[in-house]
Design a binder for this molecule. Sequence first.
Ligand code: UDX
Ligand code: UDX
Ligand code: ADP
Length: 480
Amino acid sequence: MVKICCIGAGYVGGPTMAVIALKCPSIEVAVVDISVSRITAWNSDQLPIYEPGLDEVVKQCRGKNLFFSTDVEKHIAEADIIFVSVNTPTKTRGLGAGKAADLTYWESAARMIADVSKSNKIVVEKSTVPVKTAEAIEKILTHNSKGINYQILSNPEFLAEGTAIEDLFKPDRVLIGGRETPDGQKAIKALKDVYAHWVPEERIICTNLWSAELSKLAANAFLAQRISSVNAMSALCEATGADVSEVSHAVGKDTRIGHKFLNASVGFGGSCFQKDILNLVYICECNGLPEVANYWKQVIKVNDYQKNRFVNRVVSSMFNTVSGKKIAIFGFAFKKDTGDTRETPAIDVCKGLLGDKALLSIYDPQVTEDQIQRDLSMNKFEWDHPVHLQPMSPTTMKQVSVVWDPYEAAKDSHGLCILTEWDEFKTLDYQRIYDNMPKPAFVFDGRNIVNSQKLREIGFIVYSIGKPLDSWLKDMPAVA
Ligand code: UDX
Ligand code: UDX
Ligand code: ADP
């Protein structure tokens, strides 16, 4: 029986290994993590991450050929294939701070593999890492090899949160990069055989190590770039009276462009896009390519601009002040169908409004109060360095309340900001909400999901990203 061990039971490692276990009954999969609470949760009925369909997959395999454990050493020692799926935060200090990836967790995982291995291993990079990390890992392993043969592969994961199980069941492609030596090719074949249990052969792409590593950064950068492109257009649409949805539709019909990932929004979030682009920028700078670095930097600048623009629109619409005014925040997760708040645009929008002394009442169906308070107390990039966590300042505590009911959040608020596209926000009783708000009552739809015409008929003043402006908003221009 082939044995797989995955180091890191997070958003990537957990779902990916659960699906491998489901699709390959002949393979034993152990997912290990240094976090006891995470592993306890994976072994309970309340999984540590919310992901549609994940519960059923885990229930079917857990205890049969899928195990979650904190005994990292034992499972590494026993495995034939080791996936490394630990976190790679952005460095907060030292060389490359704010841009480069912090490979501390990676290095410690590699050293642990070198320490405990007694047989040949295939080591698979699963988490996104800077190009040439595989080389560094290879060096750590071979310099401590004790005669063991290590083959390093890069097998980046392309799943998106909220659709992880669907993406894993039917991936557009599986990418495997390895050395061009006979041993390297043998290792690629071994990993290919795992995926071949359910992925058609033509969807499994094999490349050299560096191409695989760079493809992951490139794919995320291209996706983020599309969003920044459409968001940049949204600002121009508001200025000219064009409608960004109509523009996106027309542009996306060109088969060379395609219709996906062209939804204007308050900005992109998530643990990958910004981090991977910053990483790409850093790699370009280190390789003496400032023009290329600046090109990609702009994608992040436009994203920051979009979030600022939204805050400014809210403040300017309300007579240039939100001080002491209650504002409801609908949605805090970085997208629907996940409880993940890493790099969510809601953090910057809320901080912007808090900076203007607004009182926020926040509702999200999947995010806990504790998480929201932690997010609003953190500085940039601290989210994956939990040790630096600051308690929320008492003034901020007074300004923020987290509630479990959207109607309660909206009651007595001057405006609603929709920051996550949860389906339930489309079908709320907006008449009831309107009746319990001071007038004029505003809706700022950062995801373009509500029926703005209907809301206007009720009496709301509605702002939708990139759509023709209500006369009220035209008279109160926002400056970004
Ligand atoms: C373009 C648009 O495609 C067309 O829809 C519009 O109506 C007019 O502008 P055109 O300029 O005739 O058409 O040719 P196109 O095939 O788009 O190529 C434009 C340039 O991009 C060429 O120099 C081409 O060599 C280059 N190109 C195209 C690349 O360098 N790489 C590519 O992948 C595609
Ligand atoms: C992304 C990539 O899609 C995935 O392939 C990679 O493995 C990890 O990073 P994820 O961050 O989970 O996945 O979600 P994604 O669906 O890509 O959304 C990222 C952000 O972009 C979200 O905040 C989303 O709301 C936003 N977005 C997406 C838009 O604003 N407009 C769009 O059209 C699409
Ligand atoms: P991702 O979104 O890439 O899956 P996460 O932060 O969700 O990232 O998960 C990474 C996991 O890796 C965390 O649960 C963390 O505790 C774990 N981890 C980090 N370093 C090690 C290590 N050396 N050994 C085992 N687990 C580790």
